[in-house]
Design a protein around this ligand. Structure first.
Ligand code: PGA
Length: 259
């Protein structure tokens, strides 16, 4: 079973819709210049909500080999939830992916595994693919409990989701101490946890589900380290913050397979 690599750029709270438009145009050209073969790796951009419509129009209009998604979703369907954006709204923008449980949401918005689980289920209910994030803080890593910690997160985040849906979703392992810090986990660190997460999916579900689920590493991924990280057997992609804001850098990350 071969898993198609997925390289996703999480823009976080950067780029207004005009800046996002330029970035996607530049990214489209950079991918053409690099002869990107979309059958080898999937490129995804994840703008703030205000940029999604522009990205959609541009990508669909120019038929760019780029998918798009959202950084969050409401756990509710509709109604009096000021500030929230529903699955139906995201589906109407043809989003393919929705990030749930990013460590910044967990930390600054008190999202528990229960909330992350409810959001992951909403993404699936509306026909999109969740990118379910997990990862340990520095103290947990120092205590050597990172595998236990991330496996417990994913076990709770996937509760009640059936095997067929788990096989199609994406898990992102992002050690918090490596996010936006320039501090990258080594490729072996990434493999250790991604391998353990795949094993956990096998234990929770079955072998074919574990073989099918795609697991990304995230945390200071750049053109200079992506090839080594992607060389690990259980790493199927990257969730990229800072380096996804530069078209050339992100295009190099997406085309890692050429190296
Ligand atoms: P970074 O962010 O690449 O800037 O470290 C990764 C992420 O938070 O998804």
């Amino acid at each position: 079973m071969s898993r198609k690599p997925i390289l996703a750029g999480n823009w976080k709270m950067n780029l207004d819709y005009k800046a996002g438009m330029s970035l996607v145009q530049d990214l489209g050209s950079a991918l053409v210049d690099k002869d990107h073969d979309p059958s080898r790796a999937e490129a995804v951009v994840i703008p703030p909500f205000t940029g999604i419509r522009t990205v959609q129009v541009l990508v669909e209009g120019d038929k760019l080999p780029i998918a798009w998604g959202a950084q969050d979703i409401s756990a509710h369907d509709d109604g009096a939830y000021t500030g929230e954006v529903s699955g139906e709204m995201l589906k109407a923008l043809n989003c393919s992916y929705v990030v749930v449980g990013h460590s910044e949401r967990r930390e600054y918005h008190n999202e528990t595994d229960e909330v992350v689980n409810a959001k992951a289920k909403k993404v699936i209910e509306y026909g999109m693919t969740p990118i379910v994030c997990c990862g340990e803080p520095l103290e947990v890593r120092k205590a050597g409990k990172h595998v236990e910690h991330t496996v417990a997160q994913i076990t709770a985040d996937l509760a009640g989701i059936d095997a067929a849906d788990v096989a199609k979703l994406v898990i992102a392992y992002e050690p918090i101490w490596a996010i936006g810090t320039g501090e990258t986990a080594t490729a072996d660190d990434a493999q250790e946890v991604c391998g353990a997460l795949r094993k956990a999916v096998g234990d929770l579900y079955d072998g074919p589900t574990a073989e099918a689920v795609r697991i990304q590493y995230g945390g200071s991924v750049k053109p200079g380290n992506v090839v080594e990280i992607m060389g690990k057997p259980d790493v199927d992609g990257a969730l990229v913050g800072g380096a996804s804001l530069k078209a050339g850098d992100f295009a190099s990350i997406v085309t890692f397979y050429q190296k």
